[in-house]
Write a protein that binds this ligand. Structure first.
Ligand code: GNR
Ligand code: NI
Length: 174
């Protein structure tokens, strides 16, 4: 397993639309293992493949608390089958938008169909943080970031700060 670099905004790769996976094979499982390790190291609760530059419809997630045992989840080719009319608001963050947190309203519940780590087809009813996180990750597969759900003004302020942060990083590389 390997920790990969996470792409941060603004970057044109984060706007790419990810392609469906043909087959869940060992190579794809290696990608999912790397994604999980990268997500744990960050640390984050979810990661879409495009965040490490791979435009495939693959998501990893772990919503277990700090003193619970790890509970990795894998979603390949996820499809939203249903979303509730009722919305829920969470303060969201994103590993590709470091250090920004804002409230985003999304459907409170949803149902997704996907392939799991073994390539088996599954359906899952989601609510709470799981519903928010799966929708946040599925947005990444469409090239959408949580800041795209905010007002134009908030988004442009954030993007300016992100550009500035990137410029100062270039001057003093890690
Ligand atoms: O680690 C993450 N936390 C988070 C918090 C609220 C809503 C969504 C998320 S996902 C984010 C990791 C990430 O950027 N996934 O794409
Ligand atoms: Ni994200």
């Amino acid at each position: 397993m390997a920790i990969r670099d996470i792409i941060t905004a603004p970057d044109p790769r984060l706007k790419e639309v990810s392609k469906p996976v043909d087959k869940v094979d060992d190579a794809l499982r290696r990608l999912m293992d790397d994604m999980l390790e990268t997500m744990y190291a960050a640390p984050g609760i979810g990661l879409a493949a495009i965040q490490i530059g791979v435009p495939k419809q693959v998501i990893v997630m772990d919503l277990a608390g700090e003193d619970e045992k790890p509970a990795p989840r894998y979603f390949v080719n996820p499809e939203l089958l249903w979303v509730s009319d009722e919305l829920a608001t969470y303060e969201e963050g994103c590993l590709s938008v470091p250090e920004f947190y804002e409230d985003v309203a999304r459907p409170a519940r949803c149902r997704v169909r996907y392939l799991d780590y073994q390539g088996e087809i599954r359906e899952q009813d989601c609510e709470g943080l799981l519903a928010t996180c799966i929708q946040h990750e599925m947005d990444h597969l469409k090239g959408v970031l949580f800041i795209d759900h905010l007002s134009k003004l908030k988004r442009s302020i954030m993007l300016k700060k992100l550009v500035k942060a990137k410029k100062s990083q270039e001057k003093e590389p890690a």
